[in-house]
Design a protein around this ligand. Sequence first.
Ligand SMILES: Nc1nc2c(ncn2[C@@H]2O[C@H](COP(=O)(O)OP(=O)(O)OP(=O)(O)O)[C@@H](O)[C@H]2O)c(=O)[nH]1
Ligand SMILES: [Mg+2]
Ligand SMILES: [Zn+2]
Length: 303
Amino acid sequence: MCRTVPPIASRYIITNMEKGRIIRIVSNQYDVLCEQGTVSCVAMGKLRKGKTPLVGDLVEVEHFGDQSGIQKILPRRNELLRPAVANVDQAIIVMSCREPDFSTVLIDRLIFQIIYHDIEPLICISKTDLIAGDDAIYETIDRYRQSGYKVYTSNAQAASKELINALKGKISVLTGQSGAGKSSLLNRIDPCFHLQTQEISKALGRGKHTTRHCELHEIAEGWVADTPGFSSMDFTYMDIETLASKIPDFQPYVNQCRFRDCIHINEPDCALREAVEAGKVVCERYAHYQEVVTMIKQMKRKY
Ligand SMILES: Nc1nc2c(ncn2[C@@H]2O[C@H](COP(=O)(O)OP(=O)(O)OP(=O)(O)O)[C@@H](O)[C@H]2O)c(=O)[nH]1
Ligand SMILES: [Mg+2]
Ligand SMILES: [Zn+2]
């Protein structure tokens, strides 16, 4: 059953303040979900000088006449820059088995980006219809699960019920390479959706990225931002010690090292490296951590 469009409260003349959440931003127009429905707002003058409102922001809206304006942004729990969303509960990394190629380097780099912002990463392995039932990808999925990550699967027919349940009551963002199947996944979860996917955009002769602007969609009793795929990731803003302490499967070890400021690369008596050698931490993830640390150091040297 498809939802009906909620009433536009700004059609009615009311003067008062209320709280709401920004669910869509198109140029300088903000759609805020308030109690009565979605209200189209402008940003008030004093706000424009401060921080920029983001999708996901809780805001105070004032109605005056038949217009509404955002007066205040309430404190944020967290904020992501790419995609630009605030107050995110979880980020779903969509990684395809094929087309584009499966990559644990990418999964881990995305995990590092997400956990750094204190957001929980979930992993959805898409396009399982393109691999055989005994493909090595399934072993990789098991390793992620053993390390404590939540991994779901989806294919051309269906998305896992567990993933659909995981969306309930949460603000989620989808992230992953262009073509991984993010928009298709949402279309599959909620048949009311007709988000544009790649075949369609190719037919229209558009560029590589299909999804363009940022918006929270109501889906599976939660709110999900479909976002464009990305071509590069920035790690320069990261503090290395903070990064290591936030990686969930590193956490049991990072405070056990001889040096309190250990970055777990070549310090003696490093509990994390010992855990890797003992097979308690997946070798590959530690290798991906080492690569990112090297990247951060090189970038910082340049500036
Ligand atoms: N075989 C198969 N193909 C899929 C599946 N999911 C998506 N696709 C195809 O993969 C292509 C890309 O899907 P999109 O949903 O547009 O990918 P996206 O991640 O939203 O891409 P961007 O918006 O560019 O970031 C389309 O041709 C889809 O039909 C799947 O589970 N199995
Ligand atoms: Mg898309
Ligand atoms: Zn260490």
